[in-house]
Structures are given as structure tokens and as C-alpha cells.
Write a protein that binds this ligand. Structure first.
Ligand code: NAP
Ligand code: HSE
Length: 429
């Protein structure tokens, strides 16, 4: 028998216990011995639990778990940086293996945690930390390992994809869609981690570290969330043949990496355009395999529970058969992440201008002087002195686009810069 402990019994923890109860016999056969949930750590002793548990299993004191030498595997499902990081490192130092769904801790401290695990001859697995139920960590480390991975495009955050889908399909306002995502258990304890793009950034940092064999520092990733995306942008995107998605992008060039998270216009024909609701997808290109797309539920109790229990089975099996499987997250940090200003992209620009002769030529002059060329222009006819102007550019260095914006802001005929959103193609180069 292998004794395990679970830290956290919220959305994901409850799903893990439900799956383990339902699939107990099958899990036992796969591991080669029985798995017993010896202890579950929670914080709030007044909370009604979704799953009934024997009272002796619940604890409010982590030492009951860390100091129990019979517990060989810790499953961390609390989330957040602290005390999760502290408990994970203490568990490893005491010779316990760890399964976690915590992308923040893995993105920030993955190298250090895996080094500690190697020193203590234990395992750390984190499949559920990226894209919930979609298997991506193990496929990158094993099934796709023969490839040089060149590009990753991900919809990696279920909450924001749910919000953008609701705004697109039902024209529901941002705040209402976020409330629904929270009620459905998709959002982080602090949902601004989802809406501001940090959650997706942690996930692309983890994927890029593995795929590009380098240690990617999440703090050097350019991040923009979806809070600036309005129903007006979504409606205009639709009219122009696009949808807006929060993309997490990782690309490897000979002279560095391009890693970023931001909302993007993608064509309605793009494979990622069909990924809706809390679904996630990872679309990647490997030099041997070509295009690969993985699709599934990126958040929620049972999909995430599926990935966590798979890790538990794998690690428990290795414990049972006395095998040690310690993968490194990335090699040393030897590749620079390029500044966003140096990246070429097409852009959607929405501005408000005065409806009078010569305005369009002033706007296009500013853009032309900064080497920004246009692929589409749309000006709505309105019975007001101020009219909206929507422009789509050809690819141009972000630096040039930013300089144009600054100059446009200073034109008397430009009343307001409403929004600037990048337009992503399938393979941008
Ligand atoms: P959650 O519903 O907020 O549950 C967190 C659990 O941890 C609760 O049971 C809470 O105890 C416990 N906890 C928090 N701080 C604690 C502390 N200091 N001491 C003891 N217990 C503590 O979170 P979740 O949605 O299940 O997410 C858990 C992890 O999975 C996070 O890392 C998250 O990023 C990751 N994840 C979540 C999803 C998803 O769809 N939700 C998907 C993929 C990955 P109480 O119950 O007593 O409050
Ligand atoms: N809050 C995360 C999301 C949970 O919405 O994708 C899954 O990691």
C-alpha cells in the first residue's frame, strides 16, 4: 500500500477524490498496489465539504502530513505561491514525491524544485498545471521529444476563453461572464490572475521551458490581459472575419525566443478559432511531426482531476516498482526572450476621428512615415461629428506601431485611440 496526502480540497481536490473513489480497483491494478488517501489538508473547518470524508482524514495542520514518514506522495492542490511552495519543498526534503497542479509555483520555481527532487531521489509531476485535462507535459517530454519544436500557440486559460466566448456568442458583458466562470470553478482564487494574463503566462513559460529546452523566466514574458477588450472590438472583429482569443505564444528563433501573452485577432478559419468556452488547445509545430493540435477542457473539476490522478498513478507506480524518473524543466537560461518592440505583427487599430476633409490623409501619413502599411480600412458612416475608424495593418515592427500611436494621439483630428490588438496568422514567422 502507498499512503498519499492531498493539500487542498476545493474544486480540483474534490474531483481527484471522486475519481480515486470511483476508479479505486482499476487504479490499484495500474499501480500494482492500493493507494490510500491518509490525510487531506484544508484551511476552513466550518466549510461544508462536497465529498464526505472520515473525520480523521481531514487536518488543519500540515505537520500531520509532513512529519508522517509513511506518507510517500503529496498532492498539492491549494494553489497560490505561499504556503504551497513552502509545503512542496519541505515535502521533497523529507523524501516525499509531489504531484501538483500549481502553474505559478512550477513556472517560478520549477528548476529549483526539480533539482531538489533529484537530490532527494523523489519525483515531481505537474501535468495538470497546464491546460487542465489536456495531456501536454508528458507528450512534450516523451512523444514529441524527437522534434525541434519551433512554435507553440495556446489557448491556455479556460476562464478568459469562457469570457471571450460568452462576449462573442451572446454579447454578454465582461463582468457577468467572469461571474459565471467563477461559479463554474474555472477561475483562480484571485481571478485577476486569469483576466490579466498571468495564469496563461505561467503556463506558456512551463511549456516553452520544456519545448525549447531552456529555462524561461515568467517575469520576462510580455503579458496583456483581456480587460481592455470590449464588445465593440468583438463585434468589429466578427464583421472583419475574425474572433478575439487570449493567445499564449512561444516561438524559437536562431537568435532568441519570442514568448508573449495577449489578446489577438485570429481568422475565423484558424484552427484555434473553434476553441470555445472553457476548452483549451495547444497548436504546435515540430520539425519532424509538422502541425499538432491538442484540444480539451482546460479547467474544471473533473478534467483537471483526470490529469492529477494520471500523475498520481504514474508516480505511485514508480514508487511501487522503485523507479526514479526525474525530468528537468529546462536547460540553463541561455536564450534571450526578444523585446515585444522588436517583434513583427499585424495590428487592428480602432480610433475615433473628426468627420472632416483631410483627416484620413493625416492618419495615413503618420502611419506611412512609420512604415506601417494598411491591409484594410473601415469607416462607419454616422450622423455625428466624431466617427470610428478601424484599420488593419500589414506586419510591422511593434516599435513602429507604437511610435505611430504616439503621433496619432497628438493629431488634433484624432479624438481617441480606442484599442490596439495584434492580429495573428497561423505561421507568422
Ligand atoms: P480552490 O477551489 O480554491 O481550492 C483550494 C483548496 O486549498 C481549498 O480546499 C482550501 O481550503 C485549501 N487551501 C488554500 N490555502 C490553504 C492553506 N493555507 N492551508 C490549507 N489549505 C488551504 O482551488 P482549485 O480551483 O481547486 O485549484 C487548486 C489548484 O489547481 C491551483 O493551483 C489551480 O491553479 C490549479 N488548477 C485549477 C483548475 C480549475 O479548473 N479549478 C484547473 C487546473 C489547475 P478550504 O477548502 O478549507 O478553504
Ligand atoms: N484558472 C485556470 C483557467 C484554471 O481558467 O484556465 C486552469 O488552470
Amino acid at each position: 500500500m502507498i499512503k498519499i496526502a492531498i493539500l487542498g480540497m476545493g474544486t480540483v481536490g474534490s474531483g481527484v477524490v471522486a475519481i480515486m473513489n470511483k476508479r479505486g480497483e482499476n487504479i490499484k491494478n495500474k499501480v500494482g498496489t492500493e493507494l490510500k488517501v491518509e490525510k487531506i489538508l484544508v484551511k476552513d473547518n466550518s466549510k461544508k465539504r462536497e465529498i464526505e470524508l472520515p473525520p480523521e482524514v481531514l487536518t488543519y495542520n500540515v505537520e500531520d502530513i509532513l512529519d508522517d514518514p509513511e506518507i510517500e506522495l503529496i498532492v498539492e492542490l491549494m494553489g497560490g505561491e505561499e504556503p504551497a511552495y513552502e509545503y512542496i519543498t519541505k515535502a521533497i526534503s523529507k523524501g516525499k514525491s509531489v504531484v501538483t497542479a500549481n502553474k505559478l509555483v512550477i513556472a517560478k520555481y520549477g528548476d529549483e524544485i526539480l533539482k531538489l527532487a533529484r537530490e532527494n531521489e523523489v519525483q515531481v509531476s505537474f501535468e495538470a498545471s497546464v491546460a487542465g485535462g489536456i495531456p501536454i507535459i508528458r507528450p512534450l517530454k516523451e512523444s514529441l521529444v524527437a522534434n525541434r519544436i519551433e512554435e507553440i500557440y495556446g489557448i491556455l486559460n479556460g476562464t478568459t476563453n469562457y469570457i471571450l466566448t460568452k462576449m462573442t456568442q451572446e454579447r454578454i458583458e465582461f463582468d457577468k461572464a467572469l461571474e459565471e466562470a467563477q461559479r463554474l470553478g474555472y477561475a483562480e482564487r484571485d481571478p485577476s490572475s486569469d483576466t490579466k494574463g498571468f495564469d496563461a503566462a505561467y503556463k506558456i513559460a512551463i511549456l516553452s521551458s520544456i519545448a525549447f529546452e531552456t529555462s524561461v523566466d515568467a517575469d520576462s514574458i510580455y503579458i496583456e490581459g483581456i480587460e481592455g477588450v470590449t464588445l465593440e472590438d468583438i463585434k468589429l472583429a466578427d464583421e472583419l472575419g475574425y474572433v478575439i482569443k487570449l493567445l499564449a505564444i512561444g516561438k524559437k528563433y536562431d537568435d532568441g525566443l519570442n514568448i508573449r501573452v495577449h489578446p489577438a485577432f485570429i481568422s475565423k478559419n484558424h484552427p484555434l478559432a473553434m476553441v470555445n468556452g472553457a476548452y483549451n488547445a495547444i497548436y504546435l509545430y515540430g520539425d519532424a511531426v509538422g502541425d499538432v493540435m491538442l484540444y480539451g477542457k482546460g479547467a474544471g473539476q473533473m478534467p483537471t482531476g483526470s490529469a492529477v490522478v494520471a500523475d498520481i498513478i504514474q508516480v505511485a507506480k514508480d514508487i511501487n516498482y522503485n523507479r526514479l524518473d526525474t525530468h528537468s524543466l529546462g536547460a540553463p537560461r541561455n536564450q534571450q526572450i526578444k523585446e515585444i518592440n522588436q517583434i513583427d505583427n499585424s495590428f487592428y487599430l480602432r480610433i475615433q476621428v473628426l468627420d472632416k476633409p483631410g483627416v484620413m490623409s493625416q492618419v495615413t501619413k503618420v502611419l506611412g512615415d512609420n512604415h506601417v502599411s494598411l491591409s484594410a480600412v473601415s469607416q462607419k458612416h454616422m450622423l455625428t461629428p466624431i466617427v470610428p475608424l478601424v484599420l488593419i495593418t500589414h506586419p510591422v515592427k511593434e516599435e513602429n506601431m507604437r511610435k505611430s500611436l504616439y503621433e496619432l494621439e497628438n493629431l488634433e483630428s484624432v479624438v481617441k485611440i480606442n484599442n490596439l490588438i495584434r492580429v495573428e496568422k497561423k505561421h507568422n514567422g
